[in-house]
Design a protein. Structure first.
Length: 481
């Protein structure tokens, strides 16, 4: 074999380096995540929050973007702007309706008569217990009618004991007047506690049945006792607050040396195309000022997130574009004046995106309004676009971001939409994305951005959910870090 000279060896080394190492070197790890506060996060104490955030740090994440600190009438911190609510059940939360008594029985029948006007009844768990010990291990049960296909009882989710606040772990019925679940405990057993956790979500059309449910018992499965009504506690405080979730997140982030961007307030009417920029600016200035006065001592407080997700479909007219420019200018200048901290937005684009047109759209806005961080949604999880199409939009946007000194981040969707527009006409539903697709998103967006974050960690990636994405990404992270 002919010997290679030093020059030839050097050329080969460079070539192999380019081929063998460029992918890993060029892919930016996931270093942050959006936090859409749900019931599970809202009810965490400090130790539980520490465990959640420590799992992020273990895979190289140092940044949290709280999607919003207030949503409709729900406040995730003790705000003076919260109005007294007439609602019995907190929105975007789980409500327990429990029976306490003492009976010995083999069969337990739970019956719901769903009030008129309720579209969805959804629950992640039913409990039948004695002295805090479940009686449902090894039992059999029937459900009539069957749950809706998008919220099926696959793998016996109703009794798996996981109680997870995750849509994919819930069981639901749509537009049903009567629902019946009958358990066979296999032998007569003492029972002193029954509980159903009901989901409540105004924006999703999910309601807690105010009349509760009925429970009856039988030793032979045919002759049941008179049904006993189990109703919500109507005397509990009518309050939709969750204490100080924001404070808990910041305190925990302080301890773990993380950076937190606090989302401001959002009303769900925004998703219907309704926005008064002047009124919203006044309201969110008040929210920002209150949050800053309460939490400015936290070293983890890094900046602010405006939760209005600006798109390329609803802000094309001069009137609408002027409205969003006004709002961005007002919020950005106020945040800088009061706090000297950066402001972030996370826009999205629609189906069949035109990268060049989108770049022009944002350049026109940046000429008038200064934004510090632009965390572009990639749209892959919602199936509005492919990772390849999305990358072309990022490529077109990068020169605009560089020109106006805007930090350019990728907000990668780590979920897979399974129902709802544009997939189908069923209610929106999603599941966790596969690691191979997430890796493709990271690889294609990385060349154009400073930082990759995800939407969202608590709902789709946390190891608390026991899905494979966290472990699979942990292995990939070791390869690219």
């Amino acid at each position: 074999m002919k010997k290679l000279g030093v020059k030839a060896l050097l050329i080969l080394f460079i070539a192999f380096s380019a081929v063998g190492f460029s992918a890993g070197e060029n892919v930016k790890p996931l270093t942050g995540a959006f936090f859409q506060i749900n019931g599970a996060i809202a009810n965490m104490n400090y130790d539980e929050m520490y465990k959640e955030l420590q799992s992020m740090r273990n895979i190289g994440m140092d940044t949290i973007i709280v999607q919003y600190s207030a949503y409709n009438d729900v406040y995730y911190y003790p705000s003076k702007y919260k109005e007294t609510s007439d609602e019995l059940f907190a929105d975007e939360s789980l409500t327990n309706i429990s029976w306490n008594g003492k009976v010995r029985s083999r069969y337990v029948k739970i019956s719901l008569e769903v009030p008129a006007g309720i579209e969805w009844v959804i629950t992640p768990e039913i409990q039948v217990m004695y002295d805090s010990k479940t009686l449902l291990d090894g039992c059999s049960y029937t459900v009539n009618p069957k749950p809706a296909s998008q919220y099926s009882d696959a793998n016996n989710k109703l009794i798996d004991g996981k109680f997870r606040y995750s849509w994919e772990d819930m069981v639901g019925w749509q537009n049903r007047k009567n629902i019946e679940v009958t358990f066979d405990l296999k032998s007569e057993k003492d029972i002193n506690f029954i509980n159903i956790m009901f989901m409540n979500s105004k924006v999703s059309g999910v309601s807690v049945p105010k009349n509760g449910y009925k429970v009856s018992f039988s030793t032979d499965g045919s002759a049941f006792s008179s049904a006993v009504a189990v109703v919500p506690d109507m005397n509990k405080p009518k309050d939709e607050s969750y204490g100080d979730v924001i404070g808990t997140i910041l305190k925990t982030a302080d301890a773990l040396d993380m950076h937190v961007y606090l989302g401001l307030a959002l009303d769900s009417s925004y998703w219907e195309g309704k926005m008064d920029p002047q009124a919203q600016a006044v309201y969110n200035k008040n929210i920002l000022g209150e949050l800053y006065s309460m939490y400015k001592s936290h070293k983890s407080l890094a900046g602010w997130y405006l939760p209005e997700e600006i798109d390329d479909r609803n802000f094309l007219t001069k009137e609408r574009k002027d409205a969003i420019v006004y709002y961005l200018k007002q919020m950005s200048s106020y945040a800088k004046m009061l706090t000297k901290k950066p402001v972030m937005i996370s826009p999205y684009f629609g189906i069949n995106p035109d990268g060049n047109a989108y770049a022009i759209f944002w350049e026109e806005i940046f000429k008038q309004a200064k934004i510090d961080i632009f965390a572009m949604q990639d749209g892959v999880g919602t199936k509005r676009t492919t990772a390849q199409e999305s990358a072309q939009v990022y490529k077109a946007l990068k020169p605009v971001m560089d020109k106006y000194g805007v930090k350019f981040w990728a907000n990668l969707e780590v979920f897979e939409q399974t129902h709802g527009w544009p997939v189908d006409d069923k209610p929106w539903q999603s599941t966790t994305a596969k690691i191979e697709r997430v890796k493709t998103q990271m690889e294609l967006m990385s060349p154009y951005v400073e930082k990759c974050v995800i939407f969202d960690y608590p709902s789709y990636m946390s190891p608390r959910l026991e899905n494979p994405l966290y472990d699979n990404y942990s292995k990939y992270y070791q390869e690219i870090k």
